[in-house]
Ligand binder design. Sequence first.
Ligand code: ZN
Length: 319
Amino acid sequence: MKLKFSLILLVLAAAVGLLCAQGAPPREIAITIDDLPAAGMGMSGAQIVEMTSKLLGTLRDQKVPAVGFVNEKKLYKFGEVDDRIKALAMWPEYGFELGNHTFSHASLSRVTLKDWEEEVVRGETVTTMLLNQHHMTLRYFRHPYLDTGRDLETRRQAEAFLVSRGYRIAPITMDAWDWMYASVYEDARKRGDSALQQQLVSSYLSYTGQVFDYYEKFSKELLGYEPKQILLLHGNWLEADHIGELLDLLRKRGYKFISLQDALGDAAYSMPDEYVGEEGTNWIDHWAITRGRPPRNTPQFPQWVIDRASALPRSPGQP
Ligand SMILES: [Zn+2]
């Protein structure tokens, strides 16, 4: 009798476990951070070291994997090369992987394919050296401006070139234009305008929420499920100061942080994708446009931030 009762309990426990497992699966997302050692040219080498240390400190403390994408041209600023390389070296030192984002952030639609391929090769030198010191290899590539080419032939040729050099292309599915906020944020930070900084952070987090609301729903309509997402961020003070709040926001939405390799294992990233155009966009849009279902009524980026960014003496950074 006792045995029977234990058996029933066991069966019940197993059933409950199964039900929980079948409930809403946890959402998963990989973090990627572009334009290293730092987006924009407004920071000194010493400031880039400080910014990087703060950004990576938070990610490491919270055990959040991330891949950083490099534009090696940004290393070569007279008198700052050592600091800039030091900042970049912190990534593999902290256990984070680096990928190639071309030497000078070259847009595939704006240069010849040959020049663009040279940009890819030139972008490998220091990054490869730093990774090799930590027994890692350079294996990811992110298109600058998310520009995958203005026509399918160029796109496919560029992709074949990347594959021949051993790269896996790193798509993105989520993007809340942190670079646009960051230019205004960094100016406010320099001037000590904390009210504006706070206003920007809350707008950034709220816009991020809108982007996630939209693309979680849209991807589910399109694919029947929410794929393992890939978020695009940039190396800037906005993220260094506030990435903790962004990670909290994502956790509240049910996200678990995974490696880029894990995210790319999702079958979604092998789906037909014939997107072309000079306007770069995320891969959910790529898949949707390929199927003749372009996204409609996407969230509106706050105009006041664009206005503030355009009013800055330096033009805003770019994705
Ligand atoms: Zn970029």
